[in-house]
Design a binder for this molecule. Structure first.
Ligand code: NAG
Ligand code: NAG
Ligand code: NAG
Length: 229
């Protein structure tokens, strides 16, 4: 009690008042604590600001992946001759890429595609090369196409593939898996991002085109692909 009173009225008694030795280390510790606390608060504030900034950026931009669709597929030849283990094929795929974003554009640098049948990758083609790379504006759709033609030497010795091929030949509809590898940039205003990669996968059922004698089994139905970054 006695100790505290002079402190309370300290202003009246001037500098002669004693609380000298005891509080010093306490004040030191307080300062250390307060510096630590300040740093901690600053760090917290910076983190909150960053998260907030990111959320606002995300909310304003609402970035979404492009949508890829196979609009048309023309298969004029797909046959396997076991005498020389060769697969002859002639396939044309028409794609459309749609940018659903309001604020973000894409710059497609190159697109490579691979087609497989029954797990056997037999054809590759460049859908887009650096030479014809292009910028896709917001809310717009662009076309691309891939031409796969040639022959592929393979030994279709897996019973599954052979059986499937026989069945598909009867139906005159073939199941293909198409994988596309995109190299692209994001465009936001005047800012270009660095190149990134994206992948797309499409599972297609492609009817063999009419050869004049036999009519086409079905029409090709346009198919959406799964795009992921
Ligand atoms: C398979 O393709 C070859 C090469 O074009 C052709 O000569 C042959 O008749 C075709 N076979 C069938 C069963 O369509
Ligand atoms: C598909 O692509 C080919 C080659 O680019 C083109 O000639 C053809 O007109 C396209 N077909 C459709 C339906 O867009
Ligand atoms: C983005 O990059 C591409 C190719 O790298 C370039 O042609 C284009 O002008 C750039 N766009 C902007 C807005 O900087």
């Amino acid at each position: 009690m006695r100790d505290k009173q002079p402190q309370l009225n300290g202003a009246y008694y001037g500098p002669a008042i004693p609380p000298v030795e005891a509080p010093r280390p306490r004040r030191h510790r307080n300062c250390c604590c307060c510096l630590f606390g300040f740093c901690w608060k600053l760090l917290l504030a910076v983190i909150i600001l960053l998260v907030l900034g990111f959320l606002i950026f995300w909310a304003v931009l609402q970035p979404r992946a492009f949508r890829l669709q196979v609009t048309d597929a023309t298969l004029t030849q797909f046959n396997y001759t076991s005498s020389d283990n060769t697969l002859h094929y002639n396939l044309l795929l028409n794609f459309t890429a749609r940018n659903p974003n309001k604020k973000m554009g894409f710059y497609y640098e190159s697109v490579e595609s691979h087609v497989s049948y029954g797990g056997v990758r037999f054809a590759s083609a460049e859908v887009l090369t650096l030479r014809d790379s292009f910028r896709q504006r917001t809310k717009s759709t662009d076309r691309m196409s891939g031409v796969f033609t040639g022959h592929y030497k393979t030994v279709v010795d897996q019973d599954q593939v052979k059986k499937r091929l026989e069945e598909d030949e009867k139906k005159r509809v073939f199941d293909f898996d198409v994988e596309l590898h995109f190299k692209l940039k994001f465009i936001i205003g005047d800012f270009n991002s660095s190149s990134t990669k994206a992948k797309a996968k499409c599972g297609l059922q492609v009817p063999l085109s009419s050869d004049g004698k036999t009519p086409m089994a079905t029409e090709f139905a346009s198919t959406n692909c799964h795009v992921h970054f």
